[in-house]
Design a protein around this ligand. Structure first.
Ligand code: HEC
Length: 133
């Protein structure tokens, strides 16, 4: 009985929403825009998102969903990304961020997100910020 109460308390705590919430390694919670926005901090040293934004270390990402990888005008990509046939979607961006160098060996980007929930939240927020034109 006592064990069941403990388990219930644990499950309630695990289901709490907002920054700092945690999901078990093999499952994800519904995406959170708030967490996604906070996670963008990990990308913004190298990327801008707004229309007409400058390239920094990495390219400006406006309009990337549905576009081919390596095609932002005026940015010098690695040969592998410039020649890539990848189309950016939730799934390809998730795979790229999960294991950048396995997904695209030789890319000059480092700095993905190891935690699935982080990728889900961030990609959700990016799609919200970057409607297709
Ligand atoms: C240390 C700098 C750095 C960080 C941090 C970084 N990136 Fe990048 N990113 C790059 C570089 C450099 C490229 C170009 C890669 C190439 O040419 O191979 C790139 C490319 C990309 C592309 C492909 C763009 C295109 O035009 O096809 C996407 C999407 C992307 N990054 C998303 C992200 C996201 C999301 C984050 C945060 C989790 C992030 N990046 C963090 C440097 C960075």
């Amino acid at each position: 009985m006592r064990r069941a109460a403990c388990l219930a308390a644990f499950l309630l705590a695990a289901a709490a929403t907002g920054p700092g919430r945690a999901a078990a390694a093999d499952e994800t919670l519904p995406p959170s825009l708030e967490r996604g926005e906070a996670l963008w901090a990990k990308c913004q040293a190298c990327h801008t998102l707004e229309k007409g934004g400058r390239h920094i270390v990495g390219p400006n990402l406006w309009g990337m969903f549905g576009a081919r990888a390596g095609t932002r005008p005026g940015y010098r990509y690695s040969p592998v990304m410039a020649a890539s046939a990848v189309i950016w979607t939730d799934a390809t961006l998730d795979a790229f961020l999960a294991a950048t160098q396995e997904f695209m060996p030789g890319s000059k980007m480092y700095g993905g997100l190891a935690i699935a929930q982080d990728r889900l939240d961030l990609v959700h927020w990016m799609k919200h910020k970057l409607p297709r034109e």
